[in-house]
Design a protein around this ligand. Structure first.
Ligand code: SAM
Length: 335
């Protein structure tokens, strides 16, 4: 599919064309990824952030955000809960935590690896190549770093103090170091045009990412985007579907943001090409505090019930939970 065709699908008012797009994406998902829905248990271990991202509740200018950093023991305990739930991937996420000691995180990685058969995904932001290398050597398998938008001007406006070139450098380093690398975008950013979105989708496909997360903007009241409307669900689903068709076997989560709107749209995401869910294993009271956007799914629930909940959720659409590691299909399947 070329840029013009992508644009046509992003812009069309013809509902039958949209239905045809989503059905085609579902078929591609079925052919390349199967019926299983992979689970990744996420632990948001630090809410400290030196970033000023215009959309994110964690940003350093939000005085009402309770800041915490979990201890190594707390993180390893959360890993144990993920493992005992039958899930084989832990995602360790944090804000852009300036005080995060790379050596300490390397120790956390090593301890999880020696205690449990878990694959480790990191999502802790922009670091030097050396730091990425340290964590890779300690045993980290995967890394998530969304590009958020590929429009350099829009990127600069939304990320004061950060640079688009550095974001790309980080993604280059991660791929070179052999991380299974994930990226992604936010749908509904201010001044984001269909042309920009089409460019984003082509970028995500061209870079051959192993994982791609696409979610709607959910405005946070403590950010400068507070008065913006939420990202459009229909447009988000079209982006997921187009990304599935172009990338074929990338792992695409039905993002938590899709599940945190007026209703839970994650099932719609799974029907539009997604094949991953990310249950939250951040222990209380931290889980409530990690408010990147309001209304985040399952924020008050006790931690650890998620696997069961996900199983019944996906059964409603005739799918099943896949408890395998869910490594990248890019390296395994050459269709
Ligand atoms: N600091 C790491 C990084 O930047 O990659 C990980 C944490 S960051 C909070 C994780 C993701 O949350 C971002 O990549 C962004 O896409 C998403 N996010 C933050 N605020 C959001 C909002 N208001 N609506 C939708 N997604 C948001």
């Amino acid at each position: 599919m070329n840029q013009a065709e992508i644009l046509e699908y992003l812009k069309t008012d013809d509902r039958s064309k949209v239905r045809e797009l989503l059905a085609r994406a579902d078929q591609v998902r079925q052919e390349y990824c199967g019926e299983g829905v992979l689970l990744r248990g996420i632990v948001e271990f630090s809410s400290y952030c030196q970033g000023s991202c215009a959309y994110c509740g964690l940003n350093q200018h939000n005085p009402n955000m309770p800041r915490y950093r979990m201890t190594k023991d707390e993180i390893v305990q959360a890993a144990g809960l993920i493992h005992s739930s039958g899930i084989q991937t832990i995602v360790l996420q944090s804000g852009e935590d300036a005080e995060l000691d790379p050596g300490w995180l390397a120790e956390v990685i090593r301890e999880i690896k020696t205690s449990y058969a878990l694959s480790i995904t990191l999502s802790v932001g922009e670091k030097t190549r050396e730091v990425y290398q340290l964590w890779r050597a300690a045993g980290a398998d995967r890394y998530l770093l969304k590009i958020e938008t590929t429009d350099a001007e829009l990127y600069a406006r939304l990320h004061p103090g950060m640079s688009f070139a550095n974001r790309l450098r980080c993604l280059d380093n991660l791929q070179e170091l052999g991380y299974q690398t994930g990226s992604g975008i936010i749908v509904g950013l201010p001044r984001q045009t269909p042309e920009i979105l089409a460019g984003d989708i082509l970028f995500l496909a061209d870079r051959n990412f192993d994982m791609i997360g696409i979610g709607p903007l959910i405005p946070h009241q403590a950010t400068e985007l507070k008065d913006l409307p939420r990202g459009n669900v229909d447009l988000t689903l079209r982006c997921v579907a187009l990304t599935r068709i172009l990338t074929k076997n990338a792992h695409l989560p039905a993002t938590t943001a899709l599940g945190s709107l007026d209703k839970d749209y994650r099932l719609d995401g799974l029907r539009a090409g997604a094949n991953v869910l990310m249950p939250n294993f951040t222990p209380q009271p931290y889980k409530k505090s990690y408010e990147i956007y309001p209304g985040k799914r399952c924020i008050s629930e006790p931690t650890g019930q998620c696997a069961l909940c996900m199983e019944s959720l996906v059964e409603t659409i005739g799918r099943r939970v896949d408890f395998s590691r869910g490594d990248s299909l890019k390296k395994v399947t050459q269709k």
